[in-house]
Write a protein that binds this ligand. Structure first.
Ligand SMILES: C[S@@+](CC[C@H](N)C(=O)[O-])C[C@H]1O[C@@H](n2cnc3c(N)ncnc32)[C@H](O)[C@@H]1O
Length: 303
């Protein structure tokens, strides 16, 4: 059967009716460091109440991307993303749990997954371990331009804070390492975590460095642009009993991580260009000034 073309308007209407969410106007403009999108988002929050201006929140995805999502909860981020892009054809959304467990933990997942697959032609997979992506048979031989893990958490209820931090760090590090099997040099890992408290101690940038990656940029995460997106805890969700899903992720932050070798290529290209320029003007040069300059601009792009 040929894939059904999504009736986007109708789907968005359905999503809004179901979740009472209004999608934001996505912006493809990359944030200039931490301040850019934060200011845009604040403006957006005002706009939501006054209905004057559409929100302008950075969405790090385009229709050109091939996107793998791991560690989905109720799959509402995947559905929101598919509706923003107008298609889920390039989306593979996965959960760590089995289909049965996903539906048990998140009662709304069944309807969401139905929409994701039937209306947007996305692919949904279960039992995908983000720390062993190299071993995922159904993903073998594939590469993605974006690999997304929103709010990774082992969810083991570890009371000891140090142990809890170490367990989550191990999850993230192994995820970053194993995602290399499905990456090209241009692949970006889009990783979102809460901030404050123990989350800052996870030290995502250091973990990225250990996996041979660098943080290309970071910016505040907002669920609003993704219609119907509702954060879920690892343990499950019960309406009216569980904590308000998106209130829990108010101060979340997205890191866009990329291969250091990509970055290195940029530096090398920059050094070569500066050497060529200086050869023309007869000025002797060394690699040091060029790499210093690159480091400075990285600092500006990052937080
Ligand atoms: C806090 S929940 C976030 C769920 C969802 N991403 C969201 O934002 O609503 C953490 C998620 O990490 C997943 N997770 C934990 N260990 C994992 C692993 N090894 N591989 C894939 N996902 C894992 C859990 O199953 C859970 O869905």
């Amino acid at each position: 059967m040929p894939p059904r073309k999504p009736k986007l308007k109708a789907q968005l209407g359905k999503l809004r009716a179901r979740h009472g969410t209004k999608p934001a106007a996505p912006t493809a403009k990359a944030p200039e460091g931490e301040k850019g999108p934060s200011q845009a988002a604040t403006k957006g929050a005002d706009a939501a109440t006054t209905e004057k201006k559409p929100k302008r929140i950075f969405i790090p995805f385009t229709t050109e991307d091939t996107i793998l999502l791991v560690g989905e909860g109720n799959f509402s981020f995947s559905l929101g993303l598919a509706s923003v892009l107008g298609t889920g054809e390039n989306i593979v959304a996965t959960a760590y749990d089995s289909e049965e467990v996903v539906k048990q933990k998140y009662p709304d997942a069944e309807g969401i997954i139905h929409d994701l697959v039937e209306s947007f032609n996305a692919t949904v997979m279960y039992d995908v371990d983000a720390t062993a992506l190299d071993k995922a048979a159904l993903l073998k031989g594939r590469t993605f331009s974006k690999i997304v893990f929103n709010f990774p958490h082992v969810g083991l209820g570890i009371k000891d804070q140090d142990r809890n931090i170490r367990a989550n760090q191990a999850l993230i590090l192994k995820f970053l390492q194993s995602s290399m099997a499905l990456s090209t040099l241009k692949t970006e890992i889009v990783l979102t975590t809460k901030t404050g408290g123990p989350y800052d101690l996870w030290d995502v940038k250091r973990l990225a460095k250990s996996a041979g990656l660098v943080s290309k940029m970071s910016f505040p995460f907002h669920p609003d642009p993704y219609p119907g997106c509702e954060h879920r805890r690892t343990l499950g969700h019960e309406d009216g009993v569980s904590a308000d899903a998106n209130a829990e992720i108010k101060n979340a932050k997205t890191f866009v991580l990329t291969t250091a070798s990509d970055e290195l290529m940029e530096k090398i290209t920059g050094i070569k260009a500066s050497k060529r320029k200086n050869r023309g003007s007869g000025v002797a040069t060394t690699a040091a000034p060029a790499s210093k300059k690159t480091r400075k601009s990285e600092e500006k792009d990052d937080d």
